[in-house]
Design a protein around this ligand. Structure first.
Ligand SMILES: [Fe+2]
Length: 719
């Protein structure tokens, strides 16, 4: 990435005024074009594939990213109060560095080409490949610049300019800012499952009209349908591609007959996504369409096994890059998603799972998804023509790369998995514990009434079926209730750590749950395009496979996570007999949700699409606020070897959770808080002679935030 240092060139004393005073050196602008007002309209003949969008804000910086079809030869971000009024000619000259304008800083961008995006006959484009042409690479260039020297809470105008030969293209004017300070109120849009669907532009447009300025977007996965299909991100002809609808440049006729553009959100607010199943492209090798590739992911260990068997032929020189590419092309990848976004990273998961702090929010994004497969279940292996979640097709049995492997999990969340071990460290970190709000976004969550919570989120159990002679005749898959890793392994960790909100998607409905420990579970995915709620009040039932599958593993109605759905607190939709519904599955309504970190409220709004001029109304509100624990441990403790030492810590009288005494990561004692105190004991020989600094940690409970303190211990020799 190539970035020039910013040098502020503001006129003293008039930093906020619109300034177009020319620096007397180099050039004089003679363009007679009158000064333009700040507008979101683009100018110039070079098309931009997206407007700019904000990524990865730091305490004094933010990354600006945009895409073009052309490689171009100069890409810059212009920052400052003067940018809105620049004419096309001035934009070109400023971008070149041949004109300097007071109040305008120029930040050069680095460029890279997206490595895997393509189009095929399934693309929604006026001109596209034929089926015979198969999958055709598409040239898309991504430009990114880091704008520095910013102040929290101060929004600065900016626009981007790309040049290719004699052609120039510039975005309209938007506003950027770095991370919010602690205590700075943020309105955060919670959304997911856009997938270029018919009511997605309406959902976002109504959200922006209702909420006003949105400061950040948390998106729980399924941004598009086919991740390697470029047009779904940039220019799908239906008018509901990912960037256009989040940038107010879409235009699709919704189910109510009106055209909605979406809203200019991500030009002005960073987006923090999680990986959904639609961010995972399947096996590309040997595929003739992006859809079949999407539906053909192969577990990594299977691809690795096949590679080992065939490596002499595939990679005679043992080049590690060739090996990595072959495994990616024959299993699955999130490469396009990772190339499009600049996200926080974890050491083990890179951009696929991570945590970051945004003002008062500690946000954890998990990689929680698996391939979705059809529900067909044919008991007789001889009659299986399709690969489904429950079995392999008869024809695929001889080819390990052609099999489906059931709804296999892309990145485990089982106890002992890399991801869960990373998460345990995160949940125990100071950044996590000291944040006012702890939010987890993940595509598939542990609680839900939707279609896709069944089968349970477990590694499929592979059952080989053999004939009397011992020949393999079929493979079927079972998903055991007790193997649900989200409920068994993940949920207790999140609740013990005091997570305030788990926001998931995947089933396209609204529903909410609350655990006794105070963790809230919310799906507020793209309604208006619902896959339904499976609940006695909806009358819908999920299909249950016949014998030999064990029907007790498959829930036709209800929530496999076990919690009761909460009724919306303000204006629930109602059944025809007037009974309030604990879900929204209506395609006549769009629902969207906002977390306001100023009030701690999570507010869901619903709009009836059948009355286009009606306003969205509040469906449900709940609060995340918990009181501070104010944990206080003694500063100094003298401990004599050979005898236990006990001491009290004080904390909020309402706190009821566990208090732990730790030497680094070593647990020395635990006690339950009661009446505003907890007594901890240092064992006679827990420490060696000398000075130690121990941690006292309160993880938080339903009503009290987590906190920690230190105690310095001097260990004296035995009396
Ligand atoms: Fe999904």
């Amino acid at each position: 990435m190539r970035v020039t240092t910013l040098r502020r060139a503001l006129v003293p004393g008039s930093a906020l005024a619109l300034t177009l005073a020319l620096v007397p050196a180099a050039f004089v602008a003679t363009d007679p074009t009158p000064a333009a007002a700040a507008t979101s309209q683009r100018v110039g003949s070079l098309p931009l594939l997206t407007d700019p969008f904000l990524q990865s804000p730091g305490t004094a910086s933010v990354n600006v990213v945009w895409m073009t079809q052309a490689r171009g030869d100069r890409h810059v971000v212009l920052v400052g109060d003067g940018v809105a009024s620049l004419s096309e000619r001035e934009l070109r000259l400023v971008a070149d560095g041949s004109l300097k304008v007071r109040g305008v800083q120029v930040v050069a961008a680095g460029s890279s080409r997206l490595s895997r995006v393509a189009e095929d006959s399934g693309s929604q484009l006026a001109v596209k490949p034929t089926p015979a042409e198969g999958i055709v690479d598409r040239e898309v260039w991504r430009h990114e610049a880091v704008v520095k020297g910013l102040k929290a809470g101060t929004k600065v105008p900016y626009r981007v300019v790309s040049r290719a030969g004699s052609e120039t293209g510039a975005s309209g004017t938007f506003r950027l800012q770095p991370l919010p300070r602690k205590g700075q109120a943020q309105k955060i849009l919670l959304t997911s499952d856009h997938q270029a669907m018919i009511n997605t532009p309406a959902n976002l447009q109504v959200a922006a009209e209702t909420v006003g300025d949105i400061d950040a977007v948390f998106m729980a996965g399924d941004l598009v349908n086919i991740p390697d299909r470029a047009s779904e991100w940039f220019d799908d002809a239906r008018g509901s591609a990912f960037f256009p609808v989040l940038q107010g440049r879409g235009g699709r006729t919704a189910t109510n007959g009106r055209v909605y553009q979406g809203a200019p959100i991500v030009q002005n607010a960073p987006i923090y996504p999680a990986v959904g199943n639609h961010e995972v492209q399947g096996r590309r090798d040997g595929q003739t369409s992006l859809n079949t590739s999407y539906n053909a992911p192969v577990p990594k260990d299977v691809a690795e096994r096949v590679y080992e068997e065939r490596k002499a032929e595939l990679n005679p020189t043992g080049n590690p890059k060739v090996k990595a590419q072959w495994i990616e092309d024959n299993s699955f990848s999130t490469t396009t998603y990772e190339e499009i976004f600049t996200l926080p990273e974890s050491r083990s998961g890179g951009e696929t799972y991570w945590a970051t702090t945004i003002g008062d929010v500690r946000l954890v994004s998990l990689y929680s998804t698996r391939i979705w497969r059809g529900t067909g279940a044919t008991a007789n292996p001889a009659n299986r023509t399709a690969i489904t979640r429950y079995h392999e097709s008869k024809a695929s049995l001889s080819d390990p790369l052609a099999q489906g492997y059931g709804e296999h999990v892309f990145e485990s969340l089982e106890e002992g998995s890399e991801q869960l071990e990373w998460l345990e460290g995160e949940l125990d970190s100071r950044e996590f514990r000291q944040a006012k709000y702890q939010v987890v976004i993940m595509h598939e969550g542990p609680q839900g009434l939707g279609d896709n919570v069944m089968p349970v989120f477990a590694d499929p159990e592979r059952i080989e079926e053999r004939d009397a002679a011992g020949e393999l005749v079929g493979v079927r898959y079972e998903y055991r209730t007790e193997d649900n890793m989200l409920v068994r392994d993940l949920q207790p960790l999140l609740e013990d750590a005091g997570v305030d909100l788990v926001h998931n998607g995947h089933s396209h409905l609204w529903n909410r749950f609350a655990s006794e420990s105070g963790t809230n579970y919310l799906e507020t995915s793209n309604t208006g395009n619902s896959y339904g709620a499976y609940h006695p009040l909806s009358g819908r039932s999920r299909p249950v496979p016949p014998a030999p599958w064990d029907a007790s593993n498959y829930l036709a109605q209800g929530n496999p996570g076990g919690l009761q759905a909460v009724l919306p607190t303000v204006a629930p939709l109602r059944a025809t007999d007037g009974t309030p519904l604990p879900f929204v599955q209506s395609n006549d309504h769009v629902v969207f949700t906002v977390l306001d970190t100023g009030t701690g409220d999570v507010t869901s709004y619903v709009k009836d699409m059948r009355t286009p001029d009606s306003k969205a109304v509040v469906l449900d509100v709940f609060g995340l606020d918990r009181v501070d624990a104010d944990l206080d441990a003694p500063q100094l403790l003298r401990h004599t070897l050979g005898a236990d030492s006990s001491f009290d810590v004080t904390l909020h009288p309402g706190a009821t959770g566990e208090v732990r005494l730790l030497d680094g990561d070593r647990l020395l004692d635990t006690a339950t808080a009661s009446g505003g105190r907890a007594r901890l004991t240092l064992g006679a020989d827990d420490l060696v002679r000398g000075n130690h600094t121990l941690r006292v940690v309160f993880a938080g409970d339903a009503a009290t935030l987590g906190d920690e303190d230190e105690v310095r211990v001097t260990v004296l020799k035995r009396r």
